[in-house]
Design a protein around this ligand. Structure first.
Ligand code: FEO
Length: 172
């Protein structure tokens, strides 16, 4: 049993995670259209990770005896100026996600909802990692500047990223 307020807040975050998936799918396609297959791969893996995040909320809401209320997913941007632009938008979006997770935790604490508080801890750690990854890549892109060879080397590095699916049968 969770409060109606918490259920709605968790539902909103499920939608935020699905929007994140949409955003990175759009970026993956755009990077691919520029011939940056490694960047496209990185964003495709990010898309897959976001669907896992969304399913964590989906499963958690159900595990508390409630049901999800799926809402329309906003359309993400479809044009980006540069690879750096994509990663700066990614970091900005992840900072928004971090603040929304923090708001959820504030709510869980106000409501003394200890189960939700524990559930949300995984996302706190994940957001630190996501923002760090984005900042690292932004730093490299700034160093690369207009150097095409450097961009291709980073493209090769990002092409090596692999999606690790959550364990079968377990909560993702
Ligand atoms: Fe699900 Fe990238 O936060």
């Amino acid at each position: 049993m969770i409060s109606n307020t918490m259920q709605q807040a968790l539902n909103r975050q499920l939608n935020n995670e699905l929007y994140s998936a949409y955003l990175y799918l759009s970026m993956s396609s755009y990077a691919g259209s520029l011939g940056l297959k490694g960047f496209a791969n990185w964003f495709m893996v990010q898309y897959q990770e976001e669907t896992v995040h969304a399913m964590k909320f989906y499963n958690y809401i159900n595990s508390r005896g409630e049901h999800v209320e799926l809402a329309p997913i906003a359309g993400p941007p479809t044009e980006f100026s540069t690879a750096l632009d994509m990663f700066e938008q990614t970091l900005k979006h992840e900072q928004f996600i971090t603040s929304s997770i923090n708001d959820l935790i504030d709510l869980a604490l106000r409501e003394k909802d200890h189960a939700s508080h524990i559930f949300l801890q995984w996302f706190v750690t994940e957001q630190v990692e996501e923002e760090e990854n984005d900042r690292d890549i932004i730093g490299k892109l700034k160093l690369i500047g207009d150097n095409g060879q450097g961009l291709l080397m980073l493209d090769a590095e990002l092409g090596a990223r692999v999606f690790t699916p959550p364990p079968a049968g377990g909560t993702p």
